[in-house]
Design a protein around this ligand. Structure first.
Ligand code: FE2
Length: 260
């Protein structure tokens, strides 16, 4: 069974690339379940209910988020009601939404989707290490197929979580840096991992932002309103093949598709 993870979708260019090609990409790669990180889809920061619905309509079975979860106020009640859009589980337990969802694959297999966030630079209210084991237990009580999106800046935190969960989940996929790493691997216990799946959006940019705006802010230290770039759009992510009966991963391949 193939699970396609689509890396952080940035702005309109990333969304349009998915809307126009995810259905055919799913067919081409024989994908039974597709999970999309959508935390940058609203003009580069956050997500709105309307954009979440558009990603689901484009072929996503579930959407994960990250540090920009609350950037758009209207997403809060939507997250409270959604069973397909998850936010990092280690955001405040008093906030709306959940970090774990179960979605059906095309063959009927239930896929657990778990979203957590690392600490470096992101400063979540709680450490992901305090919540992840209980959530993995909860997921595995329902299905052996568990995909974890670890949204984090530090490669070390993402590698460490992949090792910690080896043998207990199907895949640990890193997001947030927007730069795809070349370390896709299946660990000894059968858990696939990649430190960062990359970015679905304009790569002629500084991680999605118009390069001249990002460099101006860095060089001068002055406030600059960021705008999403447009050129060099690619769909990036990772394709995980697993045994639906055991949840064990057989392979993981990085996905990198130029668009159009
Ligand atoms: Fe992020």
């Amino acid at each position: 069974m193939n699970i396609l993870f689509i890396a952080d979708v940035v702005g309109r260019p990333g969304r349009e690339a998915l809307e126009q090609s995810l259905v055919s990409l799913r067919e081409e790669l024989d994908v039974a379940c597709c999970i999309v990180n959508g935390e940058n889809v609203a003009d580069g920061v956050g997500i709105t209910p309307k954009l979440a619905e558009r990603l689901l309509a484009a072929g996503a079975d579930a959407i994960t988020l990250g540090n920009h979860t609350w950037r758009r106020a209207e997403i809060a009640p939507y997250l409270g009601a959604s069973d397909r859009v998850v936010r990092p589980a280690n955001l405040s337990s008093s906030a709306p939404g959940r970090g774990l969802a179960f979605v059906p694959a095309t063959d009927g297999t239930k896929v657990a989707v778990l979203n957590v966030m690392g600490s470096l630079f992101l400063e979540p209210p709680r450490s992901m290490w305090e919540v992840v084991d209980d959530l993995v237990d909860e997921a595995r009580a329902t299905t052996p197929v568990v995909l974890v999106d670890v949204h984090a800046e530090a490669t070390s935190e993402k590698v460490a979580l992949a090792r910690w969960l080896d043998g207990r989940v199907t895949a640990v996929i890193g997001t947030h840096t927007h730069v795809q790493t070349s370390d896709a691997r299946v660990q000894p216990g059968g858990t696939a991992a990649i430190t960062d799946a990359g970015m679905t959006g304009p790569h002629d940019s500084v991680i999605g932002v118009k390069a001249e705006l990002a460099t101006h802010r860095m060089r001068t230290g002055m406030p600059v309103r960021f705008e999403v770039a447009e050129g060099g759009v690619r769909i990036e992510g990772a394709l995980v093949s697993c045994d639906p009966a055991t949840g064990r991963a057989a392979s993981i391949e990085p996905v990198r598709v130029p668009w159009p």
